[in-house]
Design a binder for this molecule. Sequence first.
Ligand SMILES: *[C@@H]1O[C@H](CO)[C@@H](O)[C@H](O)[C@H]1NC(C)=O
Length: 221
Amino acid sequence: MFGKLFLLFLGVSLVTATCDTTKFVACQDTFADKLGIDRVYNWLNPLGLTLQIQDIYINGGVAGARGLNVVCNAYNSFVQCLSDASTTTFECFDIGYLLTHSSAPNQAYSYGFLMSMLQYQCGAGFYLASDNWQCMQRIYNGKNATMYGCITDFVLNAQEDPKRGCDYVQTGMDCFSKASTLQGCPDELKYYGCESFRQYSIPQFARCEKQCTIDTQFRGI
Ligand SMILES: *[C@@H]1O[C@H](CO)[C@@H](O)[C@H](O)[C@H]1NC(C)=O
């Protein structure tokens, strides 16, 4: 009862999603297999999965495959697997569904966040990173701990004090865009970093209506 009220307070839709949990779990196993990581990195361990994906971005996949391609091929197969398994493709990433099927809100959110970021990085943002992958790979390598810190700070702060959520979104966007700078690398990568984080936050904070732009993204730094 309290849980449901709590969710309603957060403005989360409890309209039942039609994700089939059994198939969702099976698709997650295939996702992990395609990423070449242990199946324990699933919706029960979303921050661990986040680090595994960062690790693939840094080190590439088996036989030297480009990290971005490994992750996005796996992600696209995952989405395909889900669309075969549920009424609509993204029902299983729906925060309302995740909250009612996870053991903790943190877990639900950080899984939904990650999938939202991947949707951007493997969709609209793909070519921006792909065209500059040497740079982006070096950025992930050099800023791995920083970027993971941007994410864990955001997840903790947003759950502890959701009323200030939009401030935390801005902090995270600034954190990611600042991390996405490297001498000799194009400025667009700052936008890519900012937008990756903005997309990360959207499942909980679409209402903040933040924007990433090349000129204003360092507001507050
Ligand atoms: C990235 O940073 C995290 C957190 O500090 C660390 O646990 C992980 O081993 C790092 N990964 C790589 C590839 O350096």
